[in-house]
Design a protein around this ligand. Structure first.
Ligand code: DON
Length: 594
């Protein structure tokens, strides 16, 4: 984690002043943070009802967007176990009192990981080895990330924010039919390979929807984290249980890996776009760069889009063409910036985007080389968007990668582990779960963070939040965020219409494949014209995306929408309880005790 500059040690201040520094800083911070939150409208878009209830309650009681995000993320680890997590990682894009920040709590490769760890002696990928079981897990980042966000910006006691999650884990909740269906689908993947059924067995019963699902081990883990903070997860009892689980199953994560893990503050990617500022994910996510490239190339092709009505053949084709170019760059240039020099500025430069857009073939499908398998099935990640009454916003996406991660529950601790190692390029040219390929930029190395597509995004105008959005969906994440933004801004849709509209996706390989999500197909005529052109248009048997959007309309009204593809809830409500002054000092220990 970047350290604050040590002014005194470097002689930048006279010694006599150095002694006063902590007092001055404390006084400044105290006056800054003591300002109560304004009462007024707040908005949430959250992927399940339990999370929505808790987020709303925290905001109504005067907590800020970060407090609400911490409480919600822990609740989703209980009630949305296919993606909400303690054993995974993610990103927060944050707007707080006029400042924009980005918190990277992405998983990291364990120290014992190596470039070819998923290849056999002949150099071939060993099927499912980066997806199922202990060796698929990266070092989890979620607890460190939430702790760090709260350490700097939370105003409510950490312990109180975990209480709803503890209650739901201990007393149980009645599972939503979508969760039951997803859990049942997962049994087949893990059967005989992991301990998934030992923990999620109740979902196999016919009456699962009538019974409260209790997770006592998870409740105890949350209780320890509530009392001891991130320290418990990375260096305490939970760390012990996680390392014991690794030993049982031949996994790689060690005590040292956990002890060393840090959430990292990075500069968000900020880009001017049509009078707004987009604040979005920098590497190790590809999402922000991709989103900026997609929006930029679409604007270069404004004249072509003018002649291409919404969802017509030409509209879908042009978007597929620009998406193809984005995925080509992603495969070549993007990886963890701490390990690989990512040419961010060059990739989003207007001159580059102009040149790339001009290469778009207006009438035929540009050819990529080779044809690779398409997207996998049953994907889950989760995203939520929160805007508090003071105008602070959290856009948070976090994940176990595949639905229920690697299928391994940490025995005694009750939480699932991720299979995020699959987001590395396990071998150049070999597609991952999402069918995307990579090269050296994203090869495995100890401590490196795997390339993501997550795109938690905030839209500002004159420093005021106008939009907060994001979604799960693996490699479809940034193409979905892009299409939702143009639904709002080019097609004048309401937030509800924008999230519910059909979405389609093209990702370079296979060169002709366009996928369309299950709920909402493209018009019949568009599909047959695309097919005649040479595209293979396939409606998925599964949904991609679960978009959570908050928007401030031009008239200044707040609206929020949760994707009908998921089980989420969006609400705008009036907060009448201004926040009290913070009750804790700001100098609590960083994510992990040293
Ligand atoms: O970081 C990424 O891009 C993936 N691990 C996200 C996975 C995902 O969105 C699965 N969801 N539907």
């Amino acid at each position: 984690m970047p350290e604050a500059p040590a002014l005194c040690e470097h002689g930048a201040m006279k010694r006599s002043l150095c002694g006063l520094l902590p007092l001055v800083v404390y006084a400044l911070l105290a006056s800054f943070f003591a300002a109560p939150l304004r009462a007024g409208p707040a908005a949430i878009a959250i992927p399940d009802s339990h999370g929505a209830e808790v987020a709303e309650a925290v905001l109504r009681e005067g907590g800020n967007a970060i407090d609400a995000a911490v409480a919600t993320a822990f609740v989703l680890a209980v009630t949305y176990p296919e993606a909400g997590n303690l054993g995974g990682g993610g990103f927060i894009t944050l707007h707080h009192q006029g400042n924009d920040r980005f918190l990277d709590f992405r998983e990291a490769a364990p120290e014992r990981a190596s470039r070819d760890m998923y290849l056999d002696a002949q150099g071939n990928y060993i099927k499912d080895s980066s997806l199922i079981g202990h060796r698929a897990a990266g070092v989890p980042g979620t607890v460190a990330g939430l702790w760090e966000a709260h350490r700097l910006y939370g105003t409510r006691p950490w312990k109180s924010l975990l209480q709803p999650a503890i209650r739901l884990a201990r007393d149980g909740f009645v599972p939503h039919p979508q969760l039951i269906e997803r859990t049942r689908e997962a049994f087949a993947d893990y059967e005989g390979k992991t301990n998934f059924r030992d923990y999620f067995g109740p979902f196999a019963a016919g009456d699962a929807a009538q019974q409260a699902f209790r997770q006592p081990e998870l409740a105890a883990t949350l209780q320890r984290i509530a009392e001891r903070g991130a320290q418990d997860f990375y260096a305490g009892r939970t760390a012990q249980l996680l390392v014991a689980e690794m030993r049982r199953g031949g996994g790689l994560i060690s005590r040292e890996d956990l002890r060393r893990y840090r959430a990292i503050w990075r500069a968000p990617l900020q880009q001017a776009w049509r009078g707004y500022t987009l604040v979005t994910a920098p590497p190790p996510s590809s999402g922000g760069i991709a989103l900026v490239q997609l929006l930029g190339m679409k604007d270069v092709l404004a004249a072509e889009f003018k002649d291409a009505p919404y969802l017509s053949r030409q509209y879908v084709h042009l978007i597929a063409e620009i998406e193809k170019r984005v995925f080509a760059d992603r495969a070549e240039y993007l990886g963890d910036p701490d390990f690989f020099k990512v040419p961010v500025n060059a990739l989003v430069a207007p001159s580059y985007l102009r040149q790339r857009a001009q290469q778009v073939d207006r009438t035929a499908i540009s050819s990529p080389t080779g044809v690779k398998p398409g997207l996998g099935e049953s994907l889950q990640t989760t995203h939520f968007s929160i805007l508090d009454a003071a105008g602070n916003a959290v856009s948070l996406t976090y994940t176990l990668n595949g639905s229920f991660g690697n299928g391994v529950v940490v025995r005694g601790a009750g939480f699932l582990l991720n299979n995020e190692m699959d987001d590395f390029s396990v071998k150049p040219g070999v597609p991952n779960l999402y069918g995307v390929v990579g090269a050296a930029a994203n090869e495995i190395a100890p401590r490196k963070r795997m390339l993501s597509s997550m795109t938690p995004t905030i839209l500002l105008k004159d420093g005021v939040v106008q939009g907060v959005l994001g979604t799960p969906g693996g490699s479809t994440i940034f193409t979905s965020v892009f299409q939702t933004l143009i639904n709002l801004f080019d097609h004048g849709m309401t937030a509800g219409e924008a999230v519910a509209a059909p979405r389609f996706h093209h990702q370079l390989l296979p060169g002709t494949l366009i996928i369309v999500s299950r709920c909402c197909n493209l018009p019949e005529q568009t599909r047959s014209e695309l097919t005649a052109m040479g595209y293979d248009v396939r409606q998925n048997s599964w949904e991609f995306g679960d978009m959570q959007v908050i928007q401030r309309t031009d008239s200044g009204t707040l609206t929020a929408a949760s994707d009908p593809r998921g089980r989420g809830q969006a609400r705008v409500f009036e907060v009448t309880t201004p926040a009290a002054a913070p009750e804790k000092p700001r100098s609590r220990p960083a994510a992990v005790a040293e």
